[in-house]
Design a protein around this ligand. Structure first.
Ligand code: NAD
Length: 491
């Protein structure tokens, strides 16, 4: 392998592509810096459209052999791959914390174990996929899950390792080969994944990684007619571009997009528990698609709830994500910081009240105070649009009907949180158009359960069998129950 590397947090990381089992450079490079302190991390290769095409060629050539392996053989490869991630756990944690500003503690306890499980769970699950048999009077139908072919995987910067492995696990376990386009603001842990795949002995071409921008590298990838699937997580505007490109070749897309999810506090809620959970919405500086960012609070308990949540938020530690005591780190990029400031200023200009925060945090250039804005109208920009930064809104309601109209009153439909007596909260959940909703809790994920959004939050579901439904072609092998008699009049 080409041995050009960057030194990131003391770990060697290749800034090059990984195509057909080899590291490949590009004439064009792009600069990378850490959101923690905007320190330069180095230059990363930007794949040309020709290099993207060569990655798709490598994946196409690797597909026949990989797809013919037994699910058990692929499981062994994926377990070996996960074990390699485990061996390099510190590198994954420290590199992604430096590259994306994610809390180091979260990388250690949440993200890296989950990334390993994303590979092993789906590898094991592929063995249990029930190929159904439908028996009728005429025939037996053997319903098979066939691998689809070459899959493109495109992920955003807020959770690059978690989201890439979440797609990679089922794609590879079901016999596909892949081309990954990592996020250009945080590409480095995807590069470490290539090292692990290589060390685990995955055949060349099964995994290919092309670094680069969405406009050049991503656009070239999604318009390649040889793709069988595109699995995308990111924003709504990018999803529209990708779906348009995919439509030219009729390539199925799974789109996991943004959210503006309600965080509901009913008047029968445990307010202390709701306030503690509410403060969690600032995790990863609220650069979390599934965060509840619109607080909908019953007017009767509004003041008590606000004071309880304020007392929790006041104690949050904003700072360097590598420090164990830090709870809220930086936002990813100056462009994102400017965007957040703009949203807050326009909301204030439109009459919003700042309950707390409302301005940049003095810790550093890319930090912003955890913020809550009230006196916001349902049709306000700040209520209708995803900020993707630590800015929440608070509205009140006086009846369940009013609450449901507000909860459903945006174009998004990703997630939700509802605090209240369980039966009441479940009755509210029934009426909210969203892909998932947590009752008296937040963020409980199980790889067997479906994940995805409604409305502009996307289409398709990932997780458990749903991932395999996306990454496989379903084939019906029909065997007649008695000798077949050819007939032109037979239906
Ligand atoms: P983005 O849409 O700007 O970029 C996502 C990825 O798409 C990046 O790798 C980017 O390079 C690539 N891309 C951009 N233009 C492209 C094009 N024309 N063709 C192909 N690829 C292209 O999103 P972002 O700013 O990186 O991430 C934030 C967004 O992701 C938010 O909206 C957030 O809610 C969403 N998100 C959703 C989920 C979910 O599971 N629903 C999870 C995390 C993040």
């Amino acid at each position: 392998m080409n041995n050009v590397t960057l030194n990131v947090a003391g770990h060697a990381v290749s800034p090059l592509h990984y195509i057909n089992g080899e590291r490949i450079g590009s004439p064009q490079m792009f600069s990378l810096f850490s959101p923690i302190d905007q320190r330069a991390l180095g230059e990363v290769a930007e794949a040309t459209p020709e290099q993207v095409a060569s990655a798709v060629t490598a994946a196409s050539e690797a597909f026949p052999a990989w797809s013919r392996l037994s699910a058990a053989a692929r499981r062994d490869y994926l377990h070996a791959f996960a074990a390699e991630i485990g061996k390099r756990k510190n590198a994954f944690c420290e590199v992604e914390s430096t590259d994306a500003g994610v809390l180091l503690s979260r990388m250690q306890h949440g993200v890296v174990p989950r990334a390993m499980l994303n590979l092993t769970y789906f590898a094991d699950h592929a063995l249990t996929l029930q190929d159904r048999t439908i028996v009728t009077e005429q025939a037996t139908h053997y319903v098979k899950h066939d691998p689809a072919g070459v899959c493109a995987i495109i992920t955003p910067w807020n959770a690059p390792l978690m989201l890439t492995t979440w797609k990679l696990g089922p794609a590879l376990a079901s016999g596909n080969t892949v081309v990954i386009k990592p996020p250009e603001w945080a590409p480095l842990t995807c590069s470490l994944l290539a090292d692990c795949a290589h060390a685990a002995g995955l055949p060349p071409g099964v995994i290919n990684i092309v670094q680069g921008s969405g406009a050049v590298t991503g656009a070239a990838l999604v318009s390649d007619p040889r793709l069988a699937r595109i699995s995308f997580t990111g924003s709504v505007p990018t999803a529209k571009l990708i779906a348009t490109a995919a439509a030219q070749n009729l390539v199925p897309c799974s789109l996991e997009l943004g959210g503006k999810s309600p965080f509901i506090v009913l008047d029968d809620a445990d307010l202390e528990a709701a306030a503690a959970c509410g403060a969690l919405m600032y995790r990863n500086a609220t650069q979390v698609c599934l965060a509840g960012t619109r607080f909908l609070v019953h007017e009767r308990i509004r003041d008590t709830f606000v004071e309880r949540m304020r007392s929790v938020v006041e104690k949050l530690t904003v700072g360097d994500p590598r420090e164990p005591s830090t709870e809220v780190g930086p936002v990813i990029h100056p462009r994102q910081h400017e965007r957040i400031k703009g949203f807050v200023q326009r909301a204030i200009d439109a009459g919003a009240t700042v309950l707390w925060g409302g301005e940049p945090h003095p810790f550093g250039a890319l930090y912003f105070r955890p913020t809550m804005l009230s006196n916001v109208a349902q049709d306000a920009e700040i209520v209708q649009n995803e900020v993707f930064g630590p800015v929440l809104t608070l509205q009140t309601f006086s009846s369940d009907d009013e609450l449901i109209a507000m909860a459903n009153g945006t174009d998004y439909g990703l997630g939700g949180v509802c605090y209240g007596l369980e039966a009441h909260a479940k009755a509210i959940a029934e009426q909210i158009r969203t892909g998932f909703i947590w009752i008296n809790s937040f963020g409980i994920r199980d790889l067997a359960a479906p994940f995805g959004g409604c409305k502009r939050s996307g289409n398709g579901r990932e997780g458990g069998d749903w991932s395999f439904e996306f990454f496989c072609d379903i084939k019906d092998v029909v065997v007649p129950s008695k000798p077949f008699v050819p007939s032109f009049s037979h239906r």
